[in-house]
Design a protein around this ligand. Structure first.
Ligand code: PLP
Length: 285
């Protein structure tokens, strides 16, 4: 696999980053994951805009190649022959040459930019989308700026492991009695035809897929309500689902051992998945 690191395309075995890189020592970095369908990038502009915002919120410099990101994504997709899969991008505050809590001077320490592809044939035809997935709920003990897409992913990883141990696929995070989001996705319920999802704030990541799906839902005359909901409300809903760049729209059929309605994939989630995939393929770049 060819990867990209700081201006160079290299075989993955030859790509290196310093042990003093602040991404490695401090989780001082941000990332994006853009999916590829039919060899085209989905929602690239949205991911680039969110990356710019994440960098700004952390006072991190834009990497020199910021304006070439689309070209770099396309080049990696082409070199690695990706038809379906993902492009992972990470920017860290770089390598100041030593370990120190204070941010280094941006005049001397340049950000580190890394990109690689993940080949995932069958991403769109995921059989899990036909069956739906099971989730558990766990307490959300992450930091208070989840709107910034940082590489601090230890608690979400622990959440995935807790879900696995419980025989489930993912965990929904709960804070002050309300669902914030999933470990790596935005969460929704459907009640009496209405789509309910948590409003944007510092409490959740502003999903690029969320924005697209809500736009498509409104265009299809569906009613959307942006507000927090509880696990009990979700268990009593007609449908539940989540969205992310790599899972698209994924139905959730069981929460903490209780089926959502009859424990089957519902029509709203199925329809939104279909619309999202169709529209995304058309708009891919
Ligand atoms: N929320 C969290 C915590 C995430 O990690 C992600 C994606 O990785 C999302 C939501 C969904 O965001 P997007 O649709 O931009 O992939």
């Amino acid at each position: 696999r060819t990867v990209y690191v700081n201006g160079q395309y290299l075989p993955e075995e030859e790509a290196t980053v310093s042990i003093f890189d602040r991404g490695f020592l401090m989780a001082d970095g941000v990332y994006e994951v853009t999916s590829v369908l039919g060899g085209k990038l989905i929602d690239f502009a949205g991911h680039a805009a969110r990356l710019e915002r994440s960098l700004k919120e952390l006072d991190m410099e834009k990497p020199e190649a910021f304006d070439d990101l689309l070209e770099i994504h396309r080049e990696l997709v082409a070199r690695n022959g990706i038809e379906e899969g993902m492009v992972y991008l990470q920017v860290t505050r770089g390598n100041p040459g030593d370990r120190d809590f204070a941010f280094p001077d941006p005049a001397t320490t340049k950000p580190t930019l890394v990109l690689f592809t993940q080949n995932k044939p069958g991403l769109a035809d995921n059989p899990q989308a036909q069956k739906g997935i099971k989730v558990i709920s766990i307490e959300d003990i992450r930091w208070g700026r989840r709107d910034i897409k940082t590489v601090q992913l230890l608690y979400p990883s622990m959440g995935k492991m807790m879900a696995k141990k419980a025989g489930c696929d993912d965990a929904w995070l709960v804070e002050d009695g309300f669902v914030t989001e999933g470990t790596s996705n935005n969460t929704y319920i459907v009640k009496d035809g209405k789509i309910i999802t948590r409003n944007l704030s510092h409490d959740i990541l502003h999903g690029i897929t969320r924005a697209a799906v809500l736009r498509f839902a409104k265009e299809a005359q569906m009613v959307v309500e942006e507000r927090p909901f509880t696990i009990e409300e979700a268990q009593g809903a007609d449908e539940a689902f989540f969205t992310s760049a790599s899972a698209f729209v994924m139905p959730v059929v069981e929460i903490d051992g209780n089926p959502v309605k009859e424990g089957k994939v519902g029509p709203v989630a199925s329809r939104l998945r279909e619309i999202y995939l169709d529209e995304s393929r058309k708009a891919g770049v």
